[in-house]
Design a protein. Structure first.
Length: 253
């Protein structure tokens, strides 16, 4: 864990003076809730091959591999969904930022639904979530409650037709939801880009955010450096909950 660091006063001033903020979040916002991220040391991709007996780490979210062997994804899903996960201080900070009318768009790459659980009203889940699912054979749509029984036991949920019900989590090799793709193509006007807790390695969300970064004021808060730090007006390397606390005290009070 990195040491808490005081935020740059100019970063706080920018945050305070900006409305219509585009917020983009990644796995780093949920690690203090107990969900490991993907690419940090000890993250999912460093343990997945051994833990789920995979040929390569990303296979757990690869649609071609899922068609051959869906079991590892459902094992992971049960672990994720059974864990008593609660939103973090940073999720709550974003709820208050939204309530103050300062968020124009909130895009998350996370499938954990913690933004919604915290109380954020308008969230675009660009990598989907478990809220709904679809039968891979007949295409029938399902709500979470329809397939949560087997899901929570780590078992494969099946449709009456015999097909596998796949939660609407976006795998590598699948299209992203229309709610995100329309943003991607429209690039709506926003006044500030605030990127929180992502390595910015996965497309197309990375290029969506980075297209804004040199054109408008931008802030990146992440524990570790990313290859794109130089594009941002302000970069803070630190813990997101600490960032949230300082931002609360200085921006929302
Ligand atoms: P990554 O694991 O790639 O990056 C998470 C970033 O969060 C890392 O750079 C960490 O330094 C940072 N981080 C972790 N904990 C933090 C904390 N407490 N405070 C501040 N920073 C922290 O995760 P994502 O960028 O979200 O896609 O990964 C993007 C996508 O890759 C995921 O949505 C997932 C994955 O494959 C799919 O599953 C489709």
């Amino acid at each position: 864990m990195s040491q808490n660091k005081t935020l740059n006063p100019d970063l706080l001033k920018l945050l305070k003076e900006s409305g219509n903020i585009l917020v983009v979040t990644g796995a780093g916002i949920s690690t203090s809730a107990g969900i490991i991220d993907f690419r940090s040391p000890g993250g999912l991709y460093s343990v997945a091959v051994e833990r789920y007996n995979l040929p390569y780490p990303e296979a757990i979210f690869d649609i071609a591999y899922f068609h051959k062997n869906p079991a590892p994804f459902f094992r992971l899903s049960a672990e994720l969904l059974l864990a008593d996960i609660k939103p973090t201080p940073c999720h709550h900070f974003l709820v208050d930022l939204e309530a103050k009318g300062k968020i124009g768009i909130l895009v998350t790459q996370n499938i954990d639904m913690l933004h919604e659980k915290a109380g954020s009203k308008h969230v675009i889940e660009c990598h989907g979530s478990y809220r709904t699912g679809r039968c891979l054979s007949c295409g029938k749509r399902f709500e979470y409650k329809d397939f949560s029984g087997p899901l929570l036991k780590g078992e494969i949920p099946y449709c009456k037709c015999g097909g596998i019900i796949k939660p609407d989590v976006v795998f590598f090799g699948e299209s992203l939801p229309e709610s995100f793709m329309s943003l991607f193509y429209r690039r709506p006007k926003v006044d500030l880009l605030l990127v929180l807790g992502t390595s910015l390695t996965v497309q197309p969300v990375s290029s969506f955010a980075l297209d804004y970064a040199p054109r408008i004021p931008s802030i990146l808060v992440n524990r570790d450096p990313t290859p794109y730090d130089g594009r941002f007006s302000y970069v803070h390397h630190g813990e997101l909950d600490d960032f949230a606390q300082q931002a609360w005290d200085n921006v929302l009070r």
